[in-house]
Ligand binder design. Structure first.
Ligand SMILES: Cc1cc2nc3c(=O)[nH]c(=O)nc-3n(C[C@H](O)[C@H](O)[C@H](O)COP(=O)(O)OP(=O)(O)OC[C@H]3O[C@@H](n4cnc5c(N)ncnc54)[C@H](O)[C@@H]3O)c2cc1C
Length: 392
């Protein structure tokens, strides 16, 4: 590729994850000239549970086809696998994907619209001029009118141009487990959430076509994640005697400390902006949502360096939901045992929680309803409507 490319794109996107590729697709649809760079060659692996909520699928608006590993029609809710209940979530509230395949599909979809992709090209620095921005990459200089940073939780663009302390994040650890014969079939189309899987957090088991993705996360952060993950996996028969296990960890960005999402011609999206949610650690939907809001802002205001339309849309349509998600996380994980017996097993409340995943319920509404029900859910809990099932 280029040493000093004289082509000026309308938009240069850094990072070909869900935020970057979806944005590239939407902007190409608007007829803009879009270049997207990624420091890695594609397809590339990405640390992620690969749980894709129905609201994320709806936002994408197309059939995932072979990229869908399992439709998820039920949630197994448990506290340390000492008895569990099955919450039916019909129609499909989520599905599982493997990120290398899912991200490749989104990138191909953008390229089919005319987006230029430069793999193995890392962002290094950027300098603005009156009518554009000049971006130094590991392979030379690229010019554009706007620089849209979708380069993930450890964003180099953010660190270089907005400062290193803008985003607060927590670690999460996962294992890919290729189990013994029959374990995946026994699990079926269910995702498991164990509220004793990690102190002040949860553990998950997501089934894929040929393996489980198993992980632990707490919005309060925490240490010794490997010990928690080992304790969590030891509680499940389905995870014993595996053929192969691979561990990987990364960070989930839960807050943008200064609510700063754009500076001149540079905008931050998805994880780079610090916009994952705290209750489940879900980030893909919010990455896609920032892409749709950035595309709307550009459709409204064009490629002006002084437009604040993107920040306004975030303030109006996304941040209040993420704040409510944060409150929900405080409510659930501060006293997890109490929350499990009185909130998670409460049929009305877990119906709302399922609605958060499918998109039928917003976080603000869910928080309001949960708080209004406070006197009722403090009373001794009645039997849940969900079916009790054997431990897994
Ligand atoms: C253990 C774990 C489990 C998770 N599980 C789930 C889950 O089940 N469901 C869910 O919704 N979310 C989950 N998340 C969160 C989710 O992975 C992220 O929120 C999501 O990937 C954010 O998408 P993005 O497009 O903003 O960034 P990313 O997907 O991180 O993409 C960023 C891209 O930028 C590229 N890049 C980075 N630096 C540079 C650079 N300097 N120059 C050029 N390119 C660069 C990277 O190579 C990458 O391709 C999980 C996170 C973790 C850590």
């Amino acid at each position: 590729m280029m040493a000093d490319d004289s082509t000026v794109s309308d938009v240069l996107i850094v990072g070909a994850g869900p935020a970057g590729s979806h944005l590239a697709y939407l902007l190409a649809q608007q007829g803009l000239q879009v270049t997207i760079i990624d420091k890695q060659a594609f397809p590339r692996a990405k640390v992620c549970g690969g749980g894709l909520s129905r609201k994320a699928m709806d936002l994408l608006g197309f059939e995932l086809g072979a990229a869908m590993h399992q439709p998820i029609g039920g949630a197994i809710l448990t506290y340390g696998n000492r008895g569990a209940v099955l919450k039916e979530m019909q129609p499909m509230a989520a599905c599982t994907v493997v990120r290398s395949e899912f991200d490749q599909m989104l990138l191909e979809r953008a390229c089919a619209k005319g987006v230029r992709f430069c793999p193995e090209t890392a962002f290094v620095d950027a300098a603005e001029s009156a009518d554009g921005i000049s971006v130094t990459t590991s392979r030379g200089i690229l010019r554009s009118r706007l620089l849209l940073a979708a380069d993930g939780a450890a964003s180099a663009v953010r660190n270089r141009l907005f400062g290193k302390d803008l985003v607060a994040y927590v670690p999460a650890l996962e294992a890919m487990v290729w189990p013994e014969e029959g374990a995946l079939e026994r699990f079926g189309q269910r995702a498991l959430f164990d509220f004793d899987g990690m102190p002040h957090g949860y553990g998950w088991i997501f089934p894929k076509r040929d393996h489980f993705n198993v992980g632990v996360y707490s919005p309060f952060g925490g240490t010794a994640l490997r010990q928690h993950l080992d304790r969590f996996t030891a509680a499940y028969a389905s995870l014993q005697r595996p053929h192969k296990v691979e561990y990987q960890g990364y960070i989930i960005p839960l807050a943008n400390r200064r609510r700063l999402f754009q500076r001149g011609r540079v905008w931050l999206l998805g994880d780079a902006a610090g916009l994952a949610e705290a209750l489940f650690g879900e980030g893909i939907y919010f990455a896609l949502k920032t892409a749709t809001l950035a595309a709307r802002a550009i459709a409204a205001d064009g490629l002006r360096g002084d437009s604040m339309a993107y920040s306004r849309l975030l303030q109006r349509e996304l941040l209040p939901e993420l704040r409510a998600a944060n409150w929900m996380a405080q409510l659930v994980y501060r006293f997890p045992k109490l929350a499990f017996s009185h909130l998670v097993l409460n049929q009305r409340i877990n119906q709302d929680f399922a609605g958060l995943i499918s998109g039928e319920m917003g976080y603000r509404d869910c928080l309001r309803k949960t708080l209004l029900g406070f006197p009722r859910w403090l009373m001794p809990s009645t039997a849940p409507d969900a079916a009790r099932i054997d431990s897994c």
